[in-house]
Ligand binder design. Structure first.
Ligand SMILES: [Zn+2]
Length: 285
């Protein structure tokens, strides 16, 4: 009883004020950040001082630099106003610059791990069918009944069914990614397009994955995130896409945007758009 009393007293006199002060500082920081004008979210249109980092203590370490790792802008991750993340803002930039929004009206779309702002925009464009899927929709999107349980390595739709497919930073979570490539290729119509973003290394000549790497900590340190299953090599990633039958139509960030734009919108200027296409059958004769 005495012990309980002492514990409660400590909580009230030490811990609670500490957390209240901490929350106060965070609130003040958020207000200051939201009133800044250094950066601008290209989705909600609001300005801010800085996008929030992927994790509070995240540091770009030497390992990432050695691997010449291309992926998210982890230092400029979330918008403090609309919570959009850098990968979603980057797709909006590419879709605007390349006029890819035209690909959605009256078309059949398959969108894996759908981002909230992007899916809202796609719905407004009135596709003839918009399928949102994830391998574990209950875990990721609790309460959103629009998202179906779809395994990218076993897509339960007919051949040549979809016009456009979006798979934004999903492949690094999939063990049998080559099966996912063949499934995506199979369900795309001829002339169909897919966006297949994933982090990759420009240093590695082959993918790095090893069955001995099993724990969350090992994956976190060696693959960059606890639920990633490899580090893709850019070279192997593109080769494997070619082998799956896709034509690569990589859109270079540098050729579409200047440095100021990528800084202002908080996106990784090294991350190009991996746009792939399923060609029409060549007519013989
Ligand atoms: Zn925003």
């Amino acid at each position: 009883m005495l012990k309980l009393f002492i514990t409660k007293a400590i909580n009230l006199t030490i811990k609670r004020p500490y957390f209240l002060v901490k929350r106060l500082f965070i609130s003040i920081g958020t207000i200051v950040n939201k009133s800044g004008r250094r950066k601008e979210c290209n989705i909600c249109g609001k300005t801010l001082n800085n996008f929030l980092p992927y994790r509070q203590n995240y540091k770009l370490d030497a390992y990432n630099e050695i691997l010449d790792w291309v992926g998210s802008d982890v230092k400029n991750f979330a918008c403090v106003h609309c919570r959009s993340h850098d990968r979603e803002r980057h797709l909006f930039m590419y879709f605007d610059a390349l006029d890819l929004w035209n690909e959605f009206s009256n078309k059949k779309i398959l969108h894996f791990a759908p981002e909230a702002h992007l899916s809202k925009k796609i719905k407004e464009l009135e596709p003839s069918l918009y399928v949102q899927g994830d391998f574990n929709p209950k875990y990721l999107f609790e309460g959103n009944s629009d998202i179906l349980n779809i395994d990218a390595t076993d897509i339960k739709y007919n051949d040549e069914y979809f016009d456009f497919l979006i798979c934004n930073h999903v492949l690094e979570h999939i063990v049998d990614y080559k099966k996912a490539f063949s499934e995506i290729y199979r369900v795309l119509k001829k002339n169909g397009k897919a966006i297949l973003q994933t982090p990759y290394s420009r240093t590695l000549s082959k993918n790095f994955e090893d069955p001995g790497i099993q724990t969350n900590l090992q994956r976190e340190v060696l693959y960059g995130q606890h639920d990633h299953v490899r580090v893709f090599s850019e070279k192997q990633f593109f080769n494997d896409l070619n082998e799956a039958g896709f034509t690569l139509n990589i859109q270079k960030h540098d050729s579409l945007f200047d440095v100021n734009t990528s800084f202002r919108h908080g996106v990784n200027k090294l991350e190009d758009l991996v746009l792939v296409e399923k060609d029409k059958e060549i007519q013989v004769g």
